[in-house]
Design a protein. Sequence first.
Length: 337
Amino acid sequence: MATAFEGAAEPVKGGTGDAPEVERPTRNGATGARLSLALIVGFFGSSLPAYKLASESFGPATSNLIRFTIAGGALLLIGRKRLPADRAIRLQLIVVGMFGLGLMTVLMGTGVDRGSAIIGSVVVGLEPIGVAIAGALLAGDRLSPRTLIALAIGFAGALVASGLFTQRTGPSPLLPVVLLLGTVTAFSVYTARVRTLGAGVDPVATAALTQIGALAFVIPACAFDLYHRSSSAKPTAAALVPFQGMVRGSITGRALLAAVFLGVGSAVSYLLLCLVLARQPASRIAVTLYLTPLVGVLFSWAVVGEQLHLREAVGAILVLCAIAISEYGDRWSGRLR
């Protein structure tokens, strides 16, 4: 049985013309898929600290405007000749990008801003479960008992790392929780719909159209930044006064660099995600996404200067156990028989 990380495969034909083709995973394909998932998780985990740095000079919707302008433009330039001929498929992928990526990023930025880091970590821990369930309901993926066990262990690791069991969080505001749960729903539906709609479509074209869809969503969302401009914000340069709220004070070098990083990282990571989803069911990569909050903690420590705690190490061990079960469970069970 193929593992979650086995991407490319080489067809092996039988001796007769009527024999079906059998796909045999190649070592290079498995290694490439592992590297792809590592890069995806690396970007997903580092995006929150990057958003924090970008927020020094840009509103949350404006940061995403920069992100998707760079990502969508680059991917569209690369994949313009690979777009599907069917206009209906193009439109559906754009709509998936609008509400799967654009809505997700706006809800995430607003929810984290109004909530707490602990709430955010718990909700991120729910994301792989949402991806697996959406894959089963919308794409017909099968959830094996091994995958369900791995999801449960990984979720426990995410909860431990979040500090939910060791810190007093006080009452959780309803609005941030609802907004953050909206990000889980949006991204989960995105992965399932990309897998179904992207069948037969070049992954570069799929990534380009969904990023353009996200851009189409965040452009009007920038009105939110203008509406919520703060009177206590840092003075804005005269030329940027009409955009106050979108731009907060002067544009610092590290805030601009963070916004550019979000754009480049979004282009690369979502292209890789579309490549992986074209070959594997969403449920088989869901467990790997549990690494995202742990990577985010490490980047927050390295970039933002937040402190590390023992709970992150315990949570990391549980998450790595979950990934090991998802990746090598079949191999281990075969040896025990």
